[in-house]
Design a protein around this ligand. Structure first.
Ligand SMILES: *Cc1c(COP(=O)(O)O)cnc(C)c1O
Length: 374
């Protein structure tokens, strides 16, 4: 996801694809922290960790400074490194696979389901080798991956489960929230379902993993100036945590608004033959980080919407295994479902700032485009 295009380039877009919802409550919370003088890691971070763990239904949460850092620290805390393979999706943001590379381990890509864009459990099974150490499903666009089937594979092969839940705050499978199945990693980047500006968090029920993640976050130390392992500076600030505490309270309302918008938009466009609307699978509470349709004429539709003041996004136009850096280090997979998805997906605005009237505008603008008589 390009931060720059989304936030700064499209100034004449009336309905943007993403917009952080910030008001006086966040401003007040930040100024309280600034006035307190404790602006790095203090009480707010601890409060935010506790609140997020409670929300997700896990025993522990460890706040860090990005979703990427959360993935990286989660992998390291599970002891993943050189010689290990981690099966994941190529149809994701680059951070998913990069975090595996950071540890010295190898990301191995399994193809996705054509309807949900999430890992296909059957294809995960085919990629398992003696070096496989972990499975890292991505709950793409806010829809949980097939957790029953993935859990079965994890148990059968005695693997580690790390969930890339960076797009899925509050999403649930069988009423159990994502990030509580294995070790979860969330992002609080401004375009996500909730924000702390930059930020991320690790969720887990494993005390050993939480303790290790805390050390990795802070140069391998539990006690100041005593360094027991190699760590980094991945700490979240109290300024970010203060924003996060306010945002977390609003998250259920934001999610309800996203789901309402998604439902309304589907009602508005589902009869258009050239468009496939998002599929919500059984057992899933989809939190609609993105509302993603499929169409053969994706670029043309995106232009038409842009010309009418409606922002769209393509997540992701180039799968990870096709990225120049991954080609350079030897990846030459054929992932046909992933590759086709990258040519056909288009995300439409459903964030909490989008009104019913906006949804009608989006539906009508798409209908104009799809109707050959207009
Ligand atoms: C946003 C995102 C990340 C990375 O989070 P950052 O906070 O930007 O580092 C990782 N994986 C997925 C699927 C994401 O959407």
């Amino acid at each position: 996801m390009s931060t720059f295009d989304q936030q700064y380039e499209k100034r004449d877009i009336m309905i943007p694809i993403a917009k952080p919802q910030l008001d006086d409550a966040e401003i007040q919370a930040v100024s309280d922290v600034l006035r307190s003088g404790i602006i790095a890691e203090g009480q707010r971070v601890a409060e935010f960790e506790q609140a997020f763990a409670e929300y997700t239904g896990t025993e522990h949460a460890v706040a860090v400074n990005s979703g990427t850092a959360a993935l990286h620290a989660a992998l390291l805390a599970h002891g993943i490194g050189r010689g290990d393979e981690v099966i994941t999706s190529s149809f994701s943001f680059i951070a998913t696979a990069n975090s595996v590379l950071f540890t010295g381990a190898k990301p191995v890509f399994a193809d996705i389901r054509a309807d949900t864009f999430n890992l296909d459990p059957q294809l995960i099974e085919e990629m398992i080798t003696p070096a496989t150490k972990a499975i890292m499903p991505v709950h793409l666009y806010g829809q949980p991956a097939d957790m029953d089937a993935i859990n079965d594979i994890v148990e059968e092969h005695d693997l580690i489960l790390i969930e890339d839940a960076c797009q899925a705050h509050g999403a649930a499978y069988n009423r159990k929230k994502v990030g509580s199945f294995g070790t979860g990693a969330f992002s609080f980047y401004p375009t996500k379902n909730m924000t702390t500006s930059e930020g991320g968090i690790i969720t887990t029920n494993n005390r050993g993993v939480a303790d290790k993640a805390r050390m990795i976050r802070s140069h391998g130390s539990k006690q100041r100036y005593l360094h027991e392992m190699l760590g980094y500076n991945l700490r979240m600030t109290d300024i970010s945590a203060a924003i996060g505490l306010v945002q977390l309270k609003k998250l259920p309302e934001y999610t309800a608004r996203r789901q309402h918008n998604a439902k309304l938009l589907t009602e508005g466009i589902r009869d258009i033959e050239s468009i496939e609307c998002p599929v919500i699978t059984e057992r899933c509470n989809h939190v609609f980080h993105q509302y993603t349709i499929r169409t053969r004429n994706r670029d043309e539709l995106a232009d038409h919407l842009k010309n009418n003041g409606i922002g769209t996004g393509i997540y992701y136009p180039i799968p990870i295994h096709k990225q120049p850096y991954y080609r350079e280090i030897g990846y030459n997979d054929n992932l046909l479902v992933t590759e086709r998805a990258s040519r056909e997906v288009l995300s439409l605005p459903v964030h909490p700032g989008v009104t019913d009237e906006d949804i009608a505008t989006i539906s009508n603008t798409i209908r104009d485009w799809s109707d050959p008589r207009c």
